[in-house]
Design a protein around this ligand. Structure first.
Ligand code: NDP
Ligand code: 2IT
Length: 461
């Protein structure tokens, strides 16, 4: 009789598409109630059949299964006291997914929706994204269901200190290097770094990235994800003989990635018309006023409706709506997962969108991605298009390791080079496997090849 695990190890199971289906079904079975993780795995596995067929070494039994199973998953209690002395109990996570290419690397997300499945989807995406940067970083992700909205600085500080009081034993500059994501920016990284330093009694600057510029942070790290995403969109347009100058753009979100997406669009002569938060969106006929947006969201940590109130006649706030209803040439989702669905995609296509580039992680549903691809819209998946953030994080680690600080121009040059390289890699890989213009397939296969090669060389671990 064949046991289930023996069946999983049979070499005949790979590489046909149906055998990948069997692997996927098994992963879904072993990870119940984690729909975002299933979605992320499915989206990668459904593009891998050609590379498994062409490169028999990748059909080694267990390789794909190992790639889809985190090396380590850490879940911990985070108790903290609010300003009135009340005790709250949150849950903390760190999923150390894959270290074949370097120390685990990836952000921390503080948002009430965070759970193990969300952290695993983000960690899984991060493996391929980090591989695409070519910078020697593995994949990981973490966070908490803590909601920073409406919390005072001292409450956020106490939460971060409690979170780090457990996390510190799992991370380190050669082990696992967290950074920011939703709800975690320079303020939170500061509190986390301070507590790590206090507990360990070490100035280990490479343990976290996204630090302030005077205490080990890299210039251009705050800008890097948004800038990189716009550079990726520009590359996609360039190969089609077009550019961003004079183009209208719809951007969702109004956090770190959205703000610096808008800044780069303006710098390249495009006209960003929208931004949003969880309460609704703003459309500004004159184009988004970057200074006002930064004042409202970065300085005051306010709501996006305040932007419309202060801007005067050209802007209006649409409560509860989605930016995708606004006609534009380019769409840049920069808020959260599954924020752009099939209906939104149909509206964008009907309105003549030419390119969609994902600043957020997995913001476009699979049905919407297929719709864009069928319509011939250039589609840049997040694991390629938003890799600029983690790439500059890796440059921050390099600066920390050599105890130097680079000028902004040098970092920006490196970022531009890395984004152009990622674009070329995805484009060429897609072409090589017979899917010209399909950046999803190109990114997945190119990232997979790099990680899989390292995993094969390092044995079954
Ligand atoms: P921020 O916390 O700075 O901003 C998040 C923005 O998205 C806010 O405007 C927020 O609105 C909105 N948002 C978050 N969750 C939801 C939700 N469930 N529904 C509607 N709106 C929501 O985060 P970042 O800008 O750093 O991250 C945005 C995206 O980019 C995420 O997908 C992240 O994983 C991804 N990313 C981030 C990188 C980085 O370097 N920071 C790197 C690569 C990808 P509100 O304030 O109302 O919640
Ligand atoms: O999704 C991401 O790539 C990030 N949140 C940034 C990770 C990092 O380590 O800079």
């Amino acid at each position: 009789m064949t046991t289930r695990s023996e069946a999983r190890l049979s070499p005949t199971l790979l590489p046909s598409p149906s055998s990948l289906d069997i692997v996927r079904t098994e992963i879904e079975h072993r990870n119940p109630a984690q729909p975002e993780f299933h979605q992320a795995v499915r989206e990668v596995l459904e593009t891998l059949a050609p590379v498994l067929a062409a490169r028999p070494e990748y059909a080694e039994p267990g390789l794909v299964e190992r790639l889809c199973e985190p090396e380590r998953q850490i879940i911990f209690r985070v108790p903290w006291q609010d300003d009135h002395g009340r005790v709250h109990v949150n849950r903390g996570f760190r999923v150390e997914f894959n270290s074949a290419l370097g120390p685990y690397k990836g952000g921390l997300r503080f948002h009430p929706s965070v759970n193990l499945g969300i952290v695993k989807f983000l960690g899984f995406e991060q493996i391929f994204k980090n591989a695409l940067t070519g910078l020697g970083i593995g994949g990981g992700k973490g966070g908490s269901d803590f909601d920073p909205h409406g919390r005072s600085d001292t409450e956020v500080m106490r939460f971060c200190q409690s979170f780090m009081t457990e996390l510190y034993r799992h991370i380190g500059e050669h082990t696992d290097v967290p950074a920011g994501d939703i709800g975690v920016g320079t303020r939170e990284i500061g509190y986390l770094f301070g507590q790590y330093r206090r507990i360990t009694n070490r100035w280990e600057s490479g343990v976290l990235t996204g630090k302030g510029p005077h205490w080990g942070g890299s210039l251009i790290r705050p800008e890097a994800t948004g800038y990189g995403n716009v550079l990726f969109a520009a590359e996609m347009l360039r190969v089609r003989g077009e550019d961003l100058e004079g183009r209208t753009a719809v951007v969702s979100g109004s956090g770190n990635v959205a703000i610096y997406t808008i800044e780069k669009l303006l710098a390249l002569g495009a006209n960003p018309l929208t931004c949003s938060d969880s309460s609704g969106y703003v459309v500004d006929d004159k184009g988004i006023d970057l200074d006002l947006l930064k004042q409202v969201k970065e300085v005051e940590r306010g709501r996006i409706s305040t932007y419309a109130e202060r801007r005067g006649g050209s802007a209006r706030f649409v409560s509860g709506g989605r930016v995708w209803d606004v006609p534009a040439d380019v769409a840049l989702p920069a808020a959260t997962q599954n924020e752009l669905d099939e209906n939104d995609a149909a509206t964008l296509v009907r309105n003549g969108v030419k390119a969609v580039s994902e600043g957020a992680n997995m913001p476009t549903t699979p049905q919407a991605v297929h719709l864009f691809q069928r319509a011939g819209v250039a589609f840049g998946p997040g694991k390629a298009a938003n890799a600029g953030g983690v790439a500059v994080s890796a440059l921050e680690m390099a600066q920390n390791a050599s105890r130097t600080a680079w000028g902004a121009a040098r970092v920006e040059e490196e970022l531009a080079r890395i984004m152009a390289d990622i674009h070329t890699t995805c484009h060429e890989t897609a072409e090589r496997y017979g899917f010209p213009g399909d950046y999803v397939t190109g990114a997945n296969i190119a990232g997979f090849e790099r990680v899989a090669d390292a995993m094969l060389a390092q044995g079954v671990i």
